[in-house]
Design a protein around this ligand. Structure first.
Ligand code: FES
Length: 147
């Protein structure tokens, strides 16, 4: 029997907040769970689907498909619960020319910036020497291709 606590909070203005607390049996079954989310209707809808799944094996939780913010954050929550999550970046600062934090780039991707140009437009990362554009692309690919 083990206890898992997972908290995800994204953004300040457009706040998405997810909190999952569950007890896992020795066989990997979810025995008790509490899922709390704050977000728009799309997040609440996906949270309902997830709640229905939180009665069986943790490994059988189905990752939602799609590129919406809600799908991206629910995937992160499930992967964290399963112990499969890998941060899509290393280091606090992604763009050294513009001093743009990696977290800011990641949040831009989560909130819909799904090309390097759009991320650059929203954050200014990648708008000088361009050497960080590959890292921006990696974050986009990681966030969008977990399907
Ligand atoms: S490191 Fe990002 S533009 Fe130079």
């Amino acid at each position: 029997m083990s206890q898992k606590l997972i908290d995800i909070q994204i953004g300040s203005a457009e706040s998405y907040e997810l909190h999952l607390e569950c007890t896992i049996s020795a066989q990997g079954e979810v025995e008790n769970s509490k899922l709390y989310v704050v977000g728009g209707p799309d997040l609440l809808e996906l949270a309902c689907v997830l709640r229905q799944q939180l009665t069986g094996p943790l490994t059988e939780l189905v990752l939602p498909k799609g590129q919406s913010t809600a799908a991206i954050v629910i995937r992160e929550l499930i992967l964290k619960a399963q112990g499969q999550w890998v941060d899509p970046f290393e280091g606090d600062e992604l763009c050294h020319c513009r001093a743009v934090a990696t977290r800011l780039v990641d949040e831009a991707v989560i909130y819909g910036a799904h090309t390097t140009d759009v991320v650059s437009e929203k954050t200014s990362a990648g708008t000088s020497c361009g050497s960080c554009r590959e890292d921006i692309e990696s974050i986009i690919n990681y966030r969008l291709k977990i399907n």
